[in-house]
Write a protein that binds this ligand. Structure first.
Ligand SMILES: *Cc1c(COP(=O)(O)O)cnc(C)c1O
Length: 412
């Protein structure tokens, strides 16, 4: 008899995006004539075509693979040096941050990395997660058996939830008790919040005092336009001793369908055995990567490298400028309706308070029925997301302008 991982049975059945898809399907079945009017501002996926620099590099790399002289088979599991060096030089060293190429691991996505990193940690860690949050952090801990069951509100026993509210500007302070692992994501999905240098320094100081490891998700780092706001946790003094950083080419280079990301594990970051003996995490993650992964495809790594060429950088900047222009239009339209709005300044997400005490799903249904616009209900990101909704700026300009018009014409 093959038994199953019963932790999977603890997962809440109605995962956010399938439920959104279901409601949209029902709506379209009942209102087939609206299907061409429907605008999706729900799921956080990019819409604009890939940068030409990436396309050319991918094509050239594919041609190399088609030629006996330049053919390549398996590459290094942790990524090709050409890409790791381009990342170290451009994302870190050029900004005065001490991260070297051998501390960078290339992967096919930050979602997988944020999940897989749990492989090298023990089962008994106390884990802090902000609420609302990117659901992947919670569900992967449930699957790994790090929690008890969920209560009626969807909160899992054993996790330390850090409320993110208008009062704290959606940036949680470190808890007043020790935790072993804490997830931070700035700029934040879903709230669009960013953390200041001082706020991040508090987290790093807390982590060093409590031997906590910070998982810092910087998937939206390139959306920060204010140089005073850190794009990387390693801009903070002491972070090399306590932080693992996840970055992705999904949201800056539009690689959601291409798949390439990276994880930084500094040589100086340590965990502990049960007996309190310090163990460097870098060799563990290297061992994990070389055993369970065979690397990202060569053409994709060349495409990612090309994002660091002059042409590539300009194209990435243009993509971000496009989405942030959208974000501004959406933010201003929502504000003009008298709605309470956060985010959308250093992140492609607008986080809006549901007016008149409506629940997140009630706003979802109103937006779908009255404006034919799909948004994401905040409650899907956690209990504290209830009463809010997220509007994604990943769209064409024409769609965003139309969404702004429809928002304004609704009777809020
Ligand atoms: C989109 C996103 C990522 C990127 O995931 P990939 O697997 O690299 O596409 C990571 N973290 C957050 C919070 C995201 O929204």
């Amino acid at each position: 008899m093959a038994t199953i991982n019963e932790n999977y049975l603890k997962l809440k059945a109605g995962y956010l995006f399938p439920e959104i898809a279901r409601r949209v399907r029902v709506f379209l079945e009942e209102n087939p004539d609206t299907s061409s009017r429907l605008i999706r501002c729900g799921i956080g996926d990019v819409t604009e075509p890939l940068p030409q620099a990436a396309i050319q590099a991918m094509k050239a790399a594919t041609d190399e693979l088609g030629n006996r002289e330049t053919f390549r088979g398996y590459g290094p599991e942790q990524g090709y040096d050409f890409l790791r060096e381009a990342i170290a030089a451009n994302d870190y060293q050029a900004r005065g941050i001490e991260i070297s190429a051998d501390e960078i691991f290339i992967s096919d996505g930050s979602k997988c990395d944020a999940a897989n990193i749990l492989d090298i940690f023990g089962a008994d860690n106390r884990i802090a997660i902000s609420d609302p949050v990117y659901p992947v952090y919670v569900d992967t801990n449930v699957m790994a058996g790090h929690t008890g069951p969920a209560d009626e509100s969807g909160a899992y026993a054993g996790l330390k939830y850090l409320p993110c509210t208008p009062e704290n500007g959606f940036v949680a302070e470190p808890p007043d008790e020790p935790v072993d692992i804490a997830y931070l994501c700035f700029p934040n999905n879903p709230t669009g919040a960013v953390a200041t240098r001082e706020q991040l320094q508090k987290w790093v100081d807390y982590a060093r005092a409590n031997r906590t490891i910070l998982f810092f998700d910087a998937a939206y780092g390139d959306y920060i336009s204010d140089p005073a706001i850190p794009r990387s946790i390693y801009e903070i003094e002491g972070a090399r001793e306590c932080a693992i950083e996840f970055r992705s080419f999904s949201k800056n280079g539009g690689f959601t369908g291409v798949r390439c990301a990276l994880t930084v594990v500094p040589q100086t970051v340590q965990g502990y055995t049960k007996d309190g003996e310090a163990v460097a995490l870098h060799p563990l993650w290297l061992r994990r990567s070389t055993t369970k992964f065979n690397g990202v495809s060569y053409p994709v790594q060349r495409a990612a490298e090309a994002l660091y060429s002059d042409e590539g950088k300009a194209e990435v900047q243009a993509l971000i400028a496009h989405y942030m222009g959208n974000a501004r239009i959406l933010r201003e339209a929502a504000q003009q309706c008298g709605l309470q709005v956060w985010g959308g300044v250093h992140a492609p997400y607008i986080w809006i308070q549901a007016p008149g005490g409506l629940s997140s799903w009630e706003v979802f249904d109103r937006m779908l029925n009255e404006a034919n616009v799909v948004i994401t209900p905040g409650s899907g990101f956690g209990r504290r997301g209830e009463g809010f909704f997220r509007v994604s700026a990943f769209n064409s300009r024409a769609n965003v302008e139309e969404v702004a018009r429809r928002l304004s014409s609704m009777n809020w």
